[in-house]
Design a protein around this ligand. Structure first.
Ligand code: OOG
Ligand code: MG
Length: 262
């Protein structure tokens, strides 16, 4: 690493300030062109400490950039992980204030709820199938804190992979009752279909994406634990939202999840 521990802490404060004030900042690699993936995760870890110190509970993890649609949209072709806390969750059907965010976008995902810990190394699909209690339909509202929603790999990792809010549907289903690779989904904004997709778009199998998350998290010193929620990654591209918008993700078999914006 080329950054000092003080610089890592300083950059975590810088990103946190952008998140809290909803003011866009240039991506970190403008001032630190050598910023590495490991340093990105070190900044994300320092950011997580700040969240936990202010009353957030760490309740899960998320995959980012696990589908071609997302990689193509963002111009970054490597999967990444971020952390989720209880205060980032929004109830289905509730209202999110756009003004609290920089330039929010929505995407549809399958979320996994774990009943057992996953290995931090060598995690496979079989481990995930065994450890998954149920899956739920989900919407993630991402919000890059970087100007024009433009970033590179290290910068987006430092910004907790654009994590802002997530909405879990109430209809939990066991994986054994689903064909988890061919779940169809339509993402609607104000009744208009913005995108359609199938769950295999996520790393060939959303359970494989969860295994990937376990291994990446393990490589940076964390673990996917029993009781945690894991967002497996956006199936389609993400879409911008404005005040007044209603967004609905309608999944085959899993049902719907809706959120409103003001
Ligand atoms: C990075 C986060 C990506 C996903 O599901 O792929 C993500 C971004 O697109 O801003 O959450
Ligand atoms: Mg996502």
């Amino acid at each position: 690493m080329s950054l000092t521990p003080e610089q890592i802490q300083g950059l975590a404060d810088h990103v946190l300030n952008a998140q809290q004030t909803a003011q866009p900042i240039p991506m970190l690699t403008i001032d630190h062109p050598e910023l590495s993936v490991a340093e990105g995760y070190a900044i994300q870890g320092a950011l997580r400490e700040r969240y936990l110190a202010s009353g957030h509970r760490h309740i899960g993890w998320k995959a980012g950039l696990t589908s071609r649609a997302k990689m193509r949209q963002m111009g970054v072709a490597q999967p990444i992980v971020g952390f989720l806390t209880q205060k980032m969750a929004a109830a289905p059907g509730s209202v999110i204030e756009v003004a609290n965010h920089v330039h929010p976008r929505v995407e549809c995902e399958v979320a996994f709820v774990l009943s057992a810990d996953l290995p931090a190394e060598g995690c496979t699909v079989e481990h995930v199938l065994e450890a998954t209690e149920f899956v739920v339909p989900a919407i993630e509202m991402i919000d890059s804190r970087y100007q024009n929603f433009k970033f590179d790999l290290a910068s987006v990792i430092a910004d907790n992979t654009s994590t802002a809010r997530f909405i879990l549907g109430s209809n939990g289903m066991r994986l054994s009752d689903l064909d988890r690779k061919t779940l169809g989904v339509a993402l609607l904004r104000n009744g208009e279909v913005m995108a359609t997709g199938a769950s295999a778009a996520v790393w060939g199998d959303p359970a494989a994406s969860v295994a990937l998350v376990a291994n990446i998290v393990g490589s940076v010193g964390g673990r996917l634990e029993a009781g945690m929620t894991v967002m497996s990654g956006g199936i389609t591209a993400a879409f911008a939202v404005s005040p007044g918008d209603c967004v609905s993700a309608r999944f085959q078999a899993l049902g719907n999840v809706d959120i409103r914006f003001a």
